[in-house]
Write a protein of this length. Structure first.
Length: 359
């Protein structure tokens, strides 16, 4: 069985409302600039509408390209240069189609490429008119990116607020899950039993338990923490369970040195580790192996959490934990994460990829 999720947030931008309003304004402006006798000329009015519709179509194609090109971290200079180059292409195509349409409708234009080719119009005059036609697509491009920046800023602010709400709720759920009666009582009972058998081991377990609680409570109001602290919380939890289950539990944690100070979502790994112990140690004949590896790939952060056994998420608490992780990832790393759970060769494997988190 495979559980996959890749964060994608839908966007609702009133593009067509702005398109209709903008090109409607262009049509109205061209109509108002006509001479009184031209306003009754149906061919000229048709020409104005058709050339504006061509402009609308070209700007729609331009939008499709900009949507593929645009990245939130693009520099203003890069956007300016791309907009200028695209506007030049837009200008040439738009003006050429305009002149062809005028020729087809027998509309006399003061400046056209055909007059230039026939020697009626000077190149300087044609270049000057072309310069005037450059500005509409360029201003359209600047307006497009300006609106994108503005919408992204609003979306980022809303996402940040939502992420804080999710984080608070998630942390409360995680605290309830981490310090549930089973874990608490089992740990305390184990400490009590060890006090009569191995005082030193009981002291060690009590120390680990108190450190785990301290770490948990210390970060209960934080959304992100350094990776090494997230690993520390997980390690304390596993060390407590290792004392309890002894040879039945074996775990290994490997973290790439250079990424230890990278900030990640708090309590991101804990639910998967707990789920592994919860189900993996139910059968007393089995030995549970847990392997955690965190490393980098370019500017991406990869978290691998593997355990022997079969993937189970049958009760409400398990499903709530996975849904909670998906929601937190979606809000903390929109469009920049991948999350997969799958089984392979009697191992349950969790893969979390956080894109561009090391930039």
């Amino acid at each position: 069985m495979t559980l996959s999720y890749s964060g994608r947030l839908p966007k609702k931008i009133g593009f067509w409302h702005l398109q209709a309003a903008g090109w409607g304004f262009v049509i109205l402006q061209d109509l108002l600039r006509l001479d009184p006798h031209e306003r009754h000329n149906g061919i000229i009015i048709l020409f104005i509408f058709m050339i504006s519709l061509i402009g609308l179509g070209l700007s729609t194609l331009l939008r499709l390209y900009y949507r593929k090109f645009y990245q939130r971290n693009d520099s203003i200079l890069k956007i300016f240069i791309v907009s200028a180059l695209c506007s030049l292409v837009f200008m040439f195509v738009w003006q050429t189609l305009r002149d062809i349409l005028a020729l087809a409708l027998s509309v006399d234009l003061s400046v056209s490429i055909f007059k230039l080719l026939d020697g009626v119009e000077s190149f300087t005059g044609y270049l000057g008119y072309s310069t005037l036609m450059f500005w509409p697509p360029f201003l359209w491009s600047m307006l497009y990116f300006g609106i994108k920046f503005w919408l992204d800023l609003i979306e980022e602010r809303e996402r940040s607020d939502k992420a804080l709400i999710f984080a608070k709720d998630a942390q409360l759920q995680m605290l309830r899950y981490q310090i549930n009666p089973h874990f608490l009582f089992n740990t305390l009972n184990s400490i009590q039993a060890l006090m009569y058998k191995d005082v030193e081991l009981a002291d060690k377990m009590l120390t680990h338990f108190s450190e785990f609680l301290r770490y948990t409570l210390k970060h209960n109001d934080q959304t992100y923490i350094p990776l090494d602290q997230e690993i520390e919380i997980t390690s304390k939890y596993l060390s407590i369970e290792k004392i309890r289950f002894e040879e039945r539990l074996d775990y290994q944690i490997t973290v790439e040195e250079k990424i230890k100070k990278t900030n990640i979502l708090c309590f991101l790994m804990q639910p998967f580790v707990e789920n592994a112990l919860k189900h993996g140690l139910n059968n007393r004949m089995n030995k549970l192996n847990v392997r955690i590896k965190v490393h980098s790939r370019g500017e991406d952060l990869l978290i691998n959490i593997d355990n022997t056994g079969i993937w189970k998420a049958t009760d409400n608490e398990d499903r709530l934990g996975i849904t909670n992780v998906k929601n937190r990832l979606e809000n903390a790393y929109p469009d920049n994460h991948k999350f997969n759970i799958f089984e392979q060769d009697n191992w349950v494997k969790v893969r979390i990829e956080l894109n561009n988190q090391l930039a």
